[in-house]
Design a binder for this molecule. Sequence first.
Ligand SMILES: *[C@@H]1O[C@H](CO)[C@@H](O)[C@H](O)[C@H]1NC(C)=O
Ligand SMILES: *[C@@H]1O[C@H](CO)[C@@H](O)[C@H](O)[C@H]1NC(C)=O
Ligand SMILES: *[C@@H]1O[C@H](CO)[C@@H](O)[C@H](O)[C@H]1NC(C)=O
Ligand SMILES: [Zn+2]
Ligand SMILES: [Zn+2]
Length: 459
Amino acid sequence: MVAINWFRCVGLCCVLLVISWSGCVADEGWFWHVTDFHYDFSYTDLDLSCNDDVTNHGEYGNYWCDAPWRLVESSVEAMKRFKPDVDFILWTGDSVLHTGDEHLSIDINDGILSNITNLLVEKFKSTPVYATFGNHDYYPDAQFPPSNNELYNRTLENWLTWITDEGEKENFLKGGYYSVVTAHGIRVLALNTNLYYTSDKLTGNLIDPAGQFAWLETLLADAVTRKEKVLITGHVPPGMVDTMSKSWMYDHFNTKMNEIIRKYSDVIIGLHFGHEHMDNFRVYTKSDTPVVTMFLAPSVTPWRYKIPSKTGAAHNPAIRLVQYDRQTGRHLNMITYYMDLPASNAQGIPQWAEEYNATRDYNIDDLSPNSMNKLALRMSSSNSLEFNNYWKWRVVNVQDAMMEECGEACKANVVCQFHHVDQSTYDACVLKAVGKSSCLLQSLVTVLISVLTCLATYT
Ligand SMILES: *[C@@H]1O[C@H](CO)[C@@H](O)[C@H](O)[C@H]1NC(C)=O
Ligand SMILES: *[C@@H]1O[C@H](CO)[C@@H](O)[C@H](O)[C@H]1NC(C)=O
Ligand SMILES: *[C@@H]1O[C@H](CO)[C@@H](O)[C@H](O)[C@H]1NC(C)=O
Ligand SMILES: [Zn+2]
Ligand SMILES: [Zn+2]
């Protein structure tokens, strides 16, 4: 009898020790973020997405075109090879190519979405994918209605393995949004922010398309009560776009979205969006204290836009891996991998490599709002090494010869968008920065004139 009691006691102590020990060790997990595949099924044939005459169709793509299937496949294979054991995958939409509506249909768009869904399931088996729509996924382009439609129905069929809750299925059928709790208890809010995009002609006059804001606020309020940690994901990001000095969203939607994010910043561990095709971030502040970071992942498609007045930057395909603390949700690090497109085409073998390791290469402690804010502040100084790196990584390591210059005005816009997500404070920031640089220019001119006057007088 006595012996058995001893045995039990030792066993119990061991169990307790293991439990308390596991509380001491940080519980770290990883997730992938992949976005903007823009799969062009007509590459090498009709080249429906290509913005220029392409004479040399590389096997893995061309900077003027959307992604051929080889590139789509290679990206998911690279994810699998670099890190197969992730907790989940964020996939933030825009799977359909850039082309006119006359070349698309609900059948074609749904076919592309199901092709890529199948690829992710085939490669990652049971790893959950939290998928969201991009503006290009809808037919006609970007015209998401604030109500049920055939594309929501057909996409839900594709995503049934990932959206299983009956109530969430209803949300998805109504507005293309839903919520899931991960295996480690993080609440993911997967939004359909295409409803707020300025290209959507059906929603601009509404206050709350498909009731998504009301739903979002209810879940965030619940998260506060339940002490949940929330990750928010979607395609079209809120905030200000430095190249346009406008938001992607209708102004009243951007304002509303930002209000909600600030109000519930205590429970929000991060925002992950796509759409810009560039590597970018924005920091939300509340009375000057950084509270939430939004990360914008670069795209898989290398496509550069071209409109009569403007040509977009060339960029390489990219995928992003995030390391986070499963208990607190704190973002610890982020590795961005890229494909060297010219080298891959030249060698006939996909050349994927690590592009940068955020904590190491930006010299920050982690990806917390505080660290990202410090980084953004360091970038605002002139000749900032961090800014030069950002500028190169923003377009995913294209060759120097293809890089665009970023002069004073360009840099002012970029730095202002890091810190200012609302139109009014962003405009004020840009005005101040430009004011400063023109003041600097004026004093330089004054100095130059006095030097010249001096020389003229004394020689
Ligand atoms: C994509 O799906 C369609 C059916 O919708 C199929 O015919 C086609 O072969 C698929 N393409 C690829 C590359 O998997
Ligand atoms: C979508 O599916 C729901 C039921 O799942 C159905 O009630 C609705 O009519 C369908 N919508 C369309 C546009 O087909
Ligand atoms: C990123 O860099 C840090 C610091 O050098 C290092 O400890 C970590 O292992 C790196 N992460 C990856 C995934 O390479
Ligand atoms: Zn896109
Ligand atoms: Zn988009």
